[in-house]
Design a protein around this ligand. Sequence first.
Ligand SMILES: NC(=O)c1ccc[n+]([C@@H]2O[C@H](COP(=O)([O-])OP(=O)(O)OC[C@H]3O[C@@H](n4cnc5c(N)ncnc54)[C@H](O)[C@@H]3O)[C@@H](O)[C@H]2O)c1
Length: 377
Amino acid sequence: MTTVRTPPLFLTDVVIVGGCGRVGLPLGVALASRGLGVVLCDINAAAVQTVDDGRLPFAEPGAAQLLVVGTPIDEHLNPDFAAVPTAIERYAQHLRDGQLIVLRSTVYPGVTQLTERLVQRLGVAADVAFCPERIAEGRAMTELFELPQIVAARQARAAARAEKLFRHLTERIVQLAPEEAELAKLFTNSWRYIKFAAANQFWMMANSCGLDFERIRSAVRYDYPRAADLPGPGFAAGPCLLKDTMQLAAFANNNFALGHTAMLINEGLPLYLVAQLEARHRLADMTIGILGMAFKGGSDDPRESLAYKLRKILTLKAREVLCTDPYVRDERFLPLPEVLCRADLVVIAAPHPEYRDLTAEIPVIDMWGIAGRGVRL
Ligand SMILES: NC(=O)c1ccc[n+]([C@@H]2O[C@H](COP(=O)([O-])OP(=O)(O)OC[C@H]3O[C@@H](n4cnc5c(N)ncnc54)[C@H](O)[C@@H]3O)[C@@H](O)[C@H]2O)c1
């Protein structure tokens, strides 16, 4: 176990397990900024060293200056219930009567109860609460203080203690039962994932008859609150949306047609793009550039980015595939000017601000509309 520079133990208010991750670190910084003594605990020694040197292991605007381990799904899209109980067992010797254990990770429904039972079995009289993280990467240091905090516990005392903790960040607290909160978090991400799929399917429909979906979308949303949250088209990717939609599908015994359809549409977008390009270009004679490899614009996070899937497919079809990204460090990536110089056509795969109003002699495929010329293919 590796820990980061720590206040004297008697001044420690919060220990964040997974504290050098994308959720744990901003949360730790936010709580510390409100005067709490925070210890970040992480098994990733490199990330611990980086934080201990006073640097961030990733970009999170405003953070530089809390149990949040990853809860992945496996290669068969099945949830892995073990991540949280495994972490609890790993630190069992450090658990004490009277402590409050807060699960912040996005857990599979039932894992809070599993944790309550595990703590009991370990013979520790500790309170357990589930308080899901709802920030979006890149906005953590503002959203942690602005978003209402969902606080859930079976015992009133545990709920009161968790509420007291998050009142350091915001006065807006929503109390739920653990099972309600577990579903609330999965519904939140699945709803977002489904909205993106709807936008992507509308975009495909508009493309099929040569129309610009962005023109249509801005007309639909203009002063019309009922469509205000219709997103634009683009890769719906990253570490959470697909994972949590599949967690919900597994919980519903795979009876989640909307979620599965959203996965087929969103995960199928790179294939759709390449098929459209193939219909218009002899890819085998072309060098294709992919601009942006992160899972979303302005981010340095490549996790579950569909840009890599696009690269994989294009590698089979095109003469050469070149990749670039201003934030994601990878020695295989090239500087933007070189890609624009060598490529016959480029695809904007992540809408980084650097690509706003991009000018190029070659065709620019821009499903995000960030280059300011609509999204029609
Ligand atoms: N990234 C997001 O935007 C976001 C937003 C909301 C919720 N979440 C949820 O928060 C959780 C964490 O996500 P993340 O993006 O921060 O993941 P992450 O991989 O960036 O961070 C997890 C951290 O936990 C550490 N870790 C794993 N097992 C450990 C252990 N046994 N002991 C100590 N440290 C351990 C890892 O080294 C890593 O640094 C997930 O459940 C995710 O679904 C993520």
